[in-house]
Design a protein around this ligand. Structure first.
Ligand SMILES: C[S@@+](CC[C@H](N)C(=O)[O-])C[C@H]1O[C@@H](n2cnc3c(N)ncnc32)[C@H](O)[C@@H]1O
Ligand SMILES: [Zn+2]
Length: 446
């Protein structure tokens, strides 16, 4: 973590500021802290792999003790949930030792259930496409993403990556300059600035984000069922996508999100499952009326996810003037909630095309053109034949709407089995990017 994160971190229990407790496990490179212990007025929290863990459960306590005993590796394995019985510690050691290791390989070691499928293909599923569009639209206003942004329950950082790229380019450039200097000084972990914060309950997801998906964001491990470990009014935008029903203490969480967004901040909640509709992995859902009530002080408006998706896919538009009542949503499965006292936000936005602005800034984006992992690639002479292949029937049932933009089969007049450039794709480049057949993926993603 970057030392500047200490300015905004607060203890979730006593609310006091944190400071770095000097100990043997401390590794610090310039302004980055890789391992160490943070102390408040009531307790202590470990920092492992540059990620502060702002919890007090048993696993965290064990990590703290391992750190204090000088074993950062045991602290890391414990937090990642890797035991040595099934050989995963060894596989993980091998993985971090290889320069060619990928997000996909790491996910195979760190996650053994269906969530790994959700994450690997997250960049192009329909709910992500809509959420990305909403954030991009809001960003055109400039003000909401100036200052800090928080991606709460942000998983392994897919939308966080979008947020880091949407920030004021000048601001990002300044950060990049600082980072470059630090890189020369030998800092190992990409996480450095605290402008975009990624928070999640699971350490392994944050580790993946720091290493691959969103290396320019600041990961913080915390439980959204507790007060959030940040100072009041810290963030101009608080995003919580596809996760609110998984948190039991919704009333507390809503109050916390508004506390962090401050009086003129924005709370954005894409893909919120409604109790009145049918959802996959629904969680403990509430009705649209109940969600609206929880955020009442922040003037929440509700939007139909179906209509939002339709507008994005068909017209490249996000229209925040089209809010609907809970009655109008009826039994629709999911909705989007946007809460802000700033009324100028609620208007129609035209989206830039999918390929705009990515090439010029690809270094800042730390990305590379990649075939969407949902495609199998077969090389025939000079051409590549791409076939849409769903990883599981369940994935297809949940996200099959991606067929609206992903063709079942497409032939590209280029060899797509090696590195891909805009020049290589020639006149097809724009369409392939707009349809998300070719994506701007993080380096080493798959
Ligand atoms: C369906 S995923 C969505 C991830 C991310 N927001 C996205 O859109 O890609 C739900 C996320 O909520 C996180 N989550 C669930 N309960 C949480 C809690 N109590 N505190 C923090 N995060 C939690 C999970 O770990 C998971 O990453
Ligand atoms: Zn405390």
């Amino acid at each position: 973590m970057h030392a500047s994160l200490l300015d905004i971190l607060r203890c979730p229990f006593c609310g006091t500021t944190l400071s770095l407790v000097e100990n043997d496990a401390l590794t610090r490179e310039g302004t980055r802290i890789d391992a160490g212990v943070l102390g408040c007025e009531c307790c202590a929290f470990p920092i492992v792999a540059g990620i502060p863990v702002m919890m007090a459960d048993e696993t965290t306590q064990r990590a703290l003790h391992a750190l204090e005993a000088g074993s950062t590796e045991q602290a890391l394995f414990g937090l990642l949930g890797l035991s040595d019985e099934d050989g995963r510690q060894e596989r993980f050691r091998a993985l971090i030792g290889q320069e060619t290791s990928t997000y996909r390989n790491a996910l195979e070691i760190l996650c053994s259930d269906a969530e790994s499928t959700y994450f690997l293909y997250r960049f192009t599923d329909p709910t992500f496409v809509t959420a990305e569009a909403i954030l991009t639209a809001i960003c055109q206003q400039r003000w909401p993403v100036q200052g800090r942004t928080l991606d709460l329950c942000g998983g392994s950082g897919h939308l966080t990556r979008v947020l880091t790229h949407l920030r004021d380019p000048e601001e990002v450039e300044e950060v990049e300059e600082v980072e470059e200097v630090e890189e020369v000084e030998g800092a190992e972990h990409g996480t450095s600035n605290s402008g975009t914060v990624l928070a999640d309950l699971y350490f392994w997801k944050l580790w993946l984000a720091g290493r691959f998906t969103s290396p320019n964001s600041a990961p913080v491990c915390c439980d959204a069922n507790h007060p959030l470990p940040f100072a009041r009014g810290t963030f101009s935008t608080v995003v919580l996508a596809d996760a609110f029903p998984y948190v039991w203490h919704k009333r507390l969480l809503a109050e916390e999100m508004m506390r962090l967004a401050g009086a003129d901040g924005v709370v954005v909640m894409p893909h919120l499952h409604s109790a009145l509709g049918d959802n996959f992995s629904a969680g403990d859902t509430l009705t649209p009326t109940a969600y609206q009530e929880l955020f009442a002080p922040h003037h929440p408006r509700l939007f139909s996810d179906e209509r939002m998706f339709e507008n994005v896919i068909e017209h490249r538009v996000v229209d925040l003037s089209l809010d609907v009542s809970p009655e109008q949503l009826g039994t629709e499965a999911a909705l989007t909630l946007v809460a802000s006292t700033r009324t100028d936000l609620f208007r129609r936005f035209e989206l830039p095309s999918g390929h705009e602005g990515t090439d010029e800034s690809s270094e800042v984006r730390q990305g590379t053109l990649t075939v969407n992992p949902l495609y199998q690639v077969e090389l025939l002479g000079e051409s590549s034949i791409l076939t849409l292949t769903f990883p599981t029937p369940e994935y297809e049932a949940e996200f099959g709407q991606c067929r609206r933009y992903l063709p079942d089969r497409i032939t590209v007049e280029a060899d797509l089995t090696g590195p891909i450039s805009r020049e290589k794709l020639g006149p097809d480049y724009e369409e392939l990017r707009d349809r998300r057949v070719i994506i701007d993926a993080p380096l080493g993603y798959c």
